[in-house]
Design a protein around this ligand. Structure first.
Ligand code: AGP
Length: 606
């Protein structure tokens, strides 16, 4: 959960590193640092807080001529966000940056300290640089090159890492290794770039190689030397994307706001070539993927978990296939019983979430077929899966996921129909209704000006209280969970999602005027049931914001949505309402909407 960049070449290095780190700030932003070696001069800068602090600190520095350089933006795992704990970490003559967790760092640290190494930080990462220098010094053996020392170092590391190391012992190389955390390498002429994702190098490099787990090596003299456990490896570069425009704010105040507005248009991309006349098709899927499959298990985290939960209603209802949903971090250690007639689906915006990736590896080891639904092509989860369907949401920068959720839900809805077609559990008439509703989804997702200003006005009444309950039934229960997650992520107010029928089994004890209840009351699905649940709450004097096509007298506030006979259209429209509510509450509270405290966009640690 951090971002790393590296560059080796003749261009000015400080700006390349800082620009790259800017693109990765969403991965962690509690401190940042860079280290550069050129003309036998080693320079290192670190700053706590956002990247702008590091920019300020380095404003009078610029690097000239050939050199090697590494940079890092951190999301603290071991040790507080202080300058000493910020990367790059320093030995006597080398620097290292790292993303991931070195699980055996305590044993390594003890060993190194016993031999005299002086640790400055509380991080696991610092062990790498001391271990490297120890290995390099051993025996004063002329064969004991920095490269050999680096290989010996990597062999001792357990856990997840993507790491870069530079050393005065070899001023012309960058050493790298990847295992479990993302890293790619960009190329242009003799220049070589490293980064945790491709945005930092778009516009700089023209070609890219996505490292696989277990690969390591060094870049030297415009050449990449790549190895894995079997020795030196040939590799094929591919063309690097050129469009970074989608990642800019386009005049919106926040990336999250822009991403809420984009949902309507990206949904067309999600459906393109898939929602066809009379059927759903995924040309990226081999239809035999579903042969001998009579069960679906979906694993994900956070928002992706919520889209999975919503889809379980669709898989069972439309495709008549049992479908279980698991939180990836729970799944990993529950010693799950896996049957080989199960299709294992993982859902992830980033494709790098450590828990989801590990769950996928477990399922693969158990011999299950795997499918990932992901927003990032070539991400670790996509590469690990037997098959993948991309959500095509475009780069999502707001830490609070919006368009990723919408597109995941759409892909899962399409997939439920796809399986229903294969299993012949859907009639022609129902299929037509589903396809029609899908085509109407972009309209349901349009953000109307009146709605947005209404949410801005309403938000001022919801800045205090002792908590929020988002309630819904059926498909609208996962949406309630997601609405509550959005609100807590960016407002820091306490919010819970609940199935409305469950309130009387305990949570209703909290009900009073300071308990804000956001009720999702679609007309197309169990309206009367949820209505009576909401009435029970109103009798206990909760403050109610009702979201429904049908006016509701008891509501303190009411947002009218469009009636549709298809629940998914009501689902998507209500989703937008909850997203705008969270956004506007966060704005009024003066919070950082795009980079809320304590969070990171991509959670690459357990
Ligand atoms: C969403 O708003 C969250 N920031 C978070 O829950 C996220 O959905 C979760 O960490 C999973 O991420 P992924 O989709 O990239 O795997």
């Amino acid at each position: 959960m951090c971002g790393i960049v590296g560059y080796i070449g003749n261009n000015e290095k400080k700006e390349i590193l800082l620009d790259g780190l800017q693109e990765l700030e969403y991965r962690g932003y509690d401190s940042a640092g860079i280290a550069i070696i050129e003309n036998k001069q080693l320079k290192n800068f670190k700053a706590v807080g956002r990247l702008k602090n590091l920019r300020e600190k380095t404003k009078d520095y610029s690097s000239e001529g050939f050199g090697v350089s590494i940079g890092h933006t951190r999301w603290a795992t071991h040790g507080k966000p202080t300058e000493l704990n910020a990367h790059p970490h320093m030995g006597a003559y080398s620097f290292v940056v790292h993303n991931g967790i070195i699980e055996n760092y305590q044993a390594l640290k003890k060993e190194l300290q016993a031999e005299g190494a002086k640790f400055l930080s509380q991080t696991d990462t610092e062990t790498i640089v001391h271990l490297f220098e120890k290995n390099h010094k051993i025996n004063n053996n002329p064969n004991n090159t920095p490269w050999k020392a680096f290989q010996d170092t990597i062999k001792r590391l357990e856990g997840a890492y993507a790491t870069l190391l530079i050393t005065e012992a070899d001023e012309q190389s960058i050493y790298f290794a990847k295992n479990g955390s993302p890293m790619l390498i960009g190329f242009k002429d003799n220049d070589i770039y490293f980064a945790s994702s491709d945005t930092p190098i778009i516009g700089k490099a023209t070609e890219v190689y996505y490292l696989e787990d277990g690969e390591f090596g060094y870049a030297h003299n415009g050449k990449l030397h790549l190895f894995n456990v079997d020795g030196q490896k040939k590799f094929t570069k591919q063309a690097l994307a050129t469009d970074k425009a989608m990642a800019q704010k386009d005049g919106y105040r926040f990336f999250m706001e822009k991403e809420i507005y984009e949902q309507s248009t990206v949904m067309n991309d999600t459906m393109m070539g898939r929602v066809l006349d009379g059927k759903i098709d995924f040309e990226e899927l081999d239809p035999t993927l579903f042969d001998n499959i009579s069960n679906i298990k979906i694993c994900a985290c956070g928002t992706s978990y919520h889209s999975a939960l919503a889809s379980s209603y669709l898989f069972e209802r439309l495709a008549k296939i049992p479908c279980q949903i698991e939180i990836a971090s729970e799944f990993r250690y529950k010693e799950p019983l896996l049957r080989d007639d199960t299709l294992f689906i993982t859902i992830s915006q980033s494709g790098e979430t450590a828990d989801t990736l590990e769950a996928l590896k477990m399922a693969k080891r158990a011999g299950l077929k795997s499918l990932s639904i992901c927003n990032v092509d070539n991400s670790s989860i996509v590469r690990e899966s037997d098959a993948a369907v991309l959500t095509r949401a475009g780069i999502e920068k707001g830490v609070a996921s919006t368009k990723a959720f919408a597109t995941q839900t759409m892909v899962l809805w399409m997939l439920a129909i796809y399986v229903a077609q294969a299993k012949k559990t859907i009639s022609k008439e129902v299929l037509e209704i589903e396809l029609l509703a899908m085509r109407q989804t972009p309209k349901a997702l349009l953000v109307k000006e009146e709605l947005h200003s209404k949410m801005t006005r309403l938000s001022k009444r919801y800045l205090h209280g002792h908590g929020f309950f988002f309630i819904g039934r059926d498909l609208f229960f996962p949406l309630a969970l997601e609405g509550a997650l959005k609100l807590k992520e960016i407002s820091y107010l306490h919010a819970e999602g609940y199935p409305s029928g469950e309130m009387k089994h305990g949570p209703i004890a909290l009900a009073d005027a300071e308990l804000f209840t956001i009720a999702l009351m679609p007309k197309s699905l169990h309206y009367d049931k949820i209505k009576s649940n909401v009435e029970e709450l109103c009798a206990r004097d909760v403050t109610l914001l009702a979201i429904s096509p049908e006016a509701f007298d008891l509501a303190d506030d009411f947002v009218q949505t469009t009636y549709s006979s298809h629940p998914m259209l009501e689902f998507f429209e209500m989703m937008v309402v909850t997203q705008l509510l969270a956004l506007e509450i966060s704005v009024r509270l003066g919070n950082d909407v795009d980079m809320p405290r304590n969070l990171a966009k991509s959670v690459t640690v357990e």
